[in-house]
Design a protein around this ligand. Structure first.
Ligand code: SF4
Length: 230
């Protein structure tokens, strides 16, 4: 197992995107305060990623063993059928911005800070994908995230963090008792090389999800994941 921390990720707020998102213009009355916050955030923001290049030790019907840690998911078992290495990871906006935002009392400013933190989180993810492409030439890859589907419950964050080592120490992300991450602008998951078009949303019946990336396909689970022999 190889563990890598990416903590020198460039971060610059996309001003156009930010102002569009918060429905303001830089020359509006509140625009000057937003610009101040952008400068503060760029000074202290340190988006980060920790990942491992991990081996799949065993595959059974309803679980896989990765670096000695058991992950329970039938979908994962099928998705990982033809591969022997994966990339567990956590990408985050960073503790620095999280603490900066915690010190903001005005509700509107808290919202602006949250949008800035989202951009830092996106910067971390983009940097991670580019890094993997440069290092490993993965080509096509997909990811699975604990808690996005019942099949791989959020409680399995603990096992994922176990694979990644001391995530609080390496990138400042910790789990709450209910397995949510702090800072909340963080993502955890396992990235894997594949020729498939796997997207969790196709297996997720949740209605009205603002983050849906693909249409729900009832019957896909039974058709592709329940079948014996994988
Ligand atoms: S529809 Fe929403 S909740 Fe369901 S997997 Fe997609 S993003 Fe997650």
């Amino acid at each position: 197992m190889k563990r890598v921390v990416l903590d020198q990720i460039p971060f610059r707020v996309d001003r156009n995107l930010l102002f569009k998102r918060i429905h303001l213009q830089p020359d509006d009355e509140d625009g000057a305060r937003v610009m101040e916050m952008i400068k503060e955030a760029e000074e202290i923001g340190r988006p980060k990623v920790v990942y491992t290049l991990s081996s799949i030790n065993d595959k059974q019907d309803d679980h896989v063993i990765i670096d000695g840690v058991r992950l329970s998911s039938r979908i994962m078992r099928v998705n990982f059928a033809d591969i022997n290495r994966v990339f567990p990871y956590v990408a985050t906006c960073g503790r620095e911005l999280h603490e900066w935002a915690e010190g903001i009392e005005d509700m509107l400013e808290q919202y602006w800070a949250a949008v800035i933190m989202e951009q830092a989180h996106t910067a971390a993810q983009k940097y991670f994908y580019e890094h993997l492409e440069n290092e490993y030439r993965l080509g096509k890859f997909r990811s699975m995230h604990p808690g996005s589907l019942e099949d791989w419950p959020i409680s399995q964050q603990r096992e994922l963090f176990q694979i990644l080592g001391d995530v609080r120490k390496s990138v400042g992300v910790e789990l709450t008792e209910s397995c949510l991450m702090l800072p909340i602008k963080s993502t955890s998951g396992i990235l894997f090389q594949t020729e498939s078009d796997f997207v969790s949303c196709r297996l997720c019946p949740r209605e009205g999800c603002p983050n849906r990336r693909a249409e729900y396909r009832p019957g896909l689970y039974a058709e592709k994941y329940q079948a014996a022999g994988n």
